[in-house]
Design a binder for this molecule. Structure first.
Ligand SMILES: [Ca+2]
Ligand SMILES: [Ca+2]
Length: 159
């Protein structure tokens, strides 16, 4: 009788220990397998062609900045702004960037499309000898920037 009782206690202890181990494993598994912190709003300056082919003044649209939506939801850029170090400002029209989509912002004039926007300036904006492009959202919050020194060969990959 006494022997049977201690066997039962022993079994219960083993069962309790097993449950504890399973719980610990489950918690650890949950920690290591929790989904990565997905940044859903992640619009960036992905590329800047700051030195247009030939004289930049005569080839304004070969100077451009590529804005890319690296996030996981569509973003409308209306009210967003692009600035250089000298505080020249481009304001985006209402254009929606799907996840993975990108748009070029050319310095010169042209008709805006889903893939190409035109600042409409009469002079170059992105300094060939070093400058920074700043991207602000509609709330005026700086969301990305990209700098270059002029030694990159006319264009710079920002991401
Ligand atoms: Ca330039
Ligand atoms: Ca040039």
């Amino acid at each position: 009788m006494r022997k049977g009782q201690s066997s039962l206690e022993y079994l219960l202890m083993i069962a309790a220990a097993l449950i504890l181990v399973l719980l610990v494993v489950r918690v650890l598994y949950g920690i290591t397998n929790s989904p990565p912190d997905v940044k859903c709003d992640n619009v960036v300056i992905s590329y800047v062609k700051y030195d247009a082919e030939g004289d930049d003044r005569n080839n304004l649209n070969d100077e451009y900045v590529v804005i890319e939506n690296m996030g996981c939801e569509a973003v409308n850029l209306e009210g967003w702004k692009l600035k250089d170090e000298a505080n020249h400002v481009y304001s985006f029209p209402s254009i929606t960037l799907a996840p993975g989509a990108s748009v070029r912002v050319h310095t010169g004039s042209g008709n805006d499309t889903d893939s190409d926007l035109y600042w409409g300036r009469g002079a170059p904006v992105w300094n060939n000898r070093g400058d920074t492009a700043y991207l602000y959202d509609a709330d005026g919050k700086l969301v990305d920037s990209c700098s270059w020194t002029g030694t990159e060969g006319g264009a710079v990959n920002c991401h």
